[in-house]
Ligand binder design. Structure first.
Ligand code: CIR
Length: 257
């Protein structure tokens, strides 16, 4: 079944994005748009069909669609993002997902960002930190239990999201910055640590057997290559200035051709 990559064009207001763990530096909007296009082309090369939503000029962070939904084979869960300025991003994504999946929504005051949800098989690891509350994780658990998924909360500290600190780069192989999370729940997995001078290097996007990876982290890239991880590198420097990585610019899900 083909994979859809739901994306959204970069907002002209991207420079007003929310920042938490990085300092504000000038963002070259045209470059960000070119990089976003190249990111989409990388997804196409890996077999995805792009469904691009229109730009939301008044919502600076709207390009980071990952945060507003969690899409499983059986169900889409529309989130309640932790940053109040991002809640307006939800409806347009929900409208598209309604064509593909039954849908449920998380309700306040609980919060959850999709960037805090790492699915490995039937386990959803959910980062509890600045954006996602324990109540958000618990609502997610209630929504997915009937489909045989369990939620495993993970304490995240110092990183924006769980997937800033850990992502899956192989069948049972993790890429991780252990300084930013409680690694206990991942004890059963093989893992590659990020290079010490590349703390933001743990965010990788696995599509099939390949991994889309930022070109900004050559030392961690070499570690991945030594483990046989097949990489497709993209330059996402301008999106990184908005605290985004490669997972956060798409929602990937299987759909009928
Ligand atoms: C934010 O702070 O919400 C955005 N500036 C960046 C969101 C990145 N999302 C992600 O990593 N899942």
């Amino acid at each position: 079944m083909p994979l859809i990559a739901l994306t959204r064009a970069v907002s002209s207001s991207l420079t007003d994005c929310v920042l938490t763990h990085v300092s504000r530096t000038p963002i070259d909007l045209e470059r960000a748009r070119r990089q976003h296009h190249e990111y989409e082309q990388a997804l196409v090369r890996l077999g995805c069909r792009i469904h691009q939503l229109d730009e939301e000029p008044a919502l600076p962070d709207a390009v980071f669609v990952e945060d507003v939904a969690v899409v499983l084979d059986e169900l889409a869960i529309v989130t309640r993002p932790g940053a109040t300025t991002r809640r307006g991003e939800v409806e347009s994504v929900a409208a598209v997902l309604a064509d593909y999946r039954p849908m449920t929504r998380l309700s306040g005051p609980a919060t959850l960002d999709g960037g805090d949800v790492l699915r490995i098989g039937r386990t959803l690891y959910v980062g509890i930190g600045g954006r996602t509350s324990a109540a958000g994780a618990s609502q997610l658990a209630d929504a997915v239990r009937v489909f045989g998924y369990e939620v495993c909360p993970v304490d995240v500290h110092g990183a924006l999201h769980l997937k800033t600190a850990v992502t899956l780069v192989g069948e049972a192989l993790l890429l991780m910055n252990p300084a930013w999370l409680d690694a206990g729940p991942f004890a059963g997995f093989d893992r590659i640590g990020v290079a010490p001078d590349e703390p933001f290097a743990a965010n990788a996007l696995r599509v099939g057997d390949r991994v889309i990876y930022p070109s900004a982290f050559p030392r961690t890239r070499d570690r991945l290559a030594r483990h046989g991880v097949e990489l497709l590198e993209v330059d996402v420097s301008e999106l990184a200035k908005a605290e985004g990585g490669v997972t956060c610019c798409s929602l990937l899900f299987a759909a009928e051709p």
